[in-house]
Design a protein. Sequence first.
Length: 258
Amino acid sequence: MEKTVLYQFLTEVPQAAAIWSGLLVLAMTVLTVLVARPERDRTEDDPGGDPARPSERDLAAAEAADLRRYAEEVAVAATRAAETARRRRAEWVAAHTDLERAWAAYDAAETAARRFAGAGALPTPRTPRTPAEYAARERYLHRAATAAHWRGDLTLAQLGDVFGHRNGWDPRRHPVEQEVRLARFVRDERLADYRAAGERERSAWRDAELAAEAARALAAEAYAAAARLRTARVPAARAVTTATARPATARWRPARAG
């Protein structure tokens, strides 16, 4: 039994040693091939480079696409801003026209009221205090207020106040007093209209200025974006031409272990 075990040991150990020697030779051969493999020295614009790494052509195309998209977006925004600026300018022109009309109306009302500047110093004419006299005064007030309404000096609501004897409209006053009060009332209303028109005109002017400034800024940015797009196309085309014309060169060098 001992001779059989010794015989198997003596016959199998050299066989195992031969197998391990073959594996060692194979491993050394593979290591030699890996160490001495050809390695190409590729540049960034070589289309045969690492597939996971974008080439210069791809980077230039992506950058040009981004610039083109940005330029188009800014151009659209600049166009809309210019339209808004024109609309705001038209609104300001209309507000300025309304302001001039309001001033003309106030100036006319002020001139009419100025005629009664000395009326307060004169005594009120004496008339008999009879029902007929009061009825005549009331008819005069109504006629004067109606005429002022048709001229545009009184609104329909204000005319209703006159006929309803509200807000200080007293039909028992003398026609001279009624005329003075009506002229001053119209002047004060025209002054309020002028001030309101002035505020609207100033607001419209501010809006027009802001819109114009925004339009100028976007127009400048759109021009700059278009210029950047034009300059970016030339280097991209040159890079593509160079990458196509220049062949890929390779040189053998041992790979660095580790």
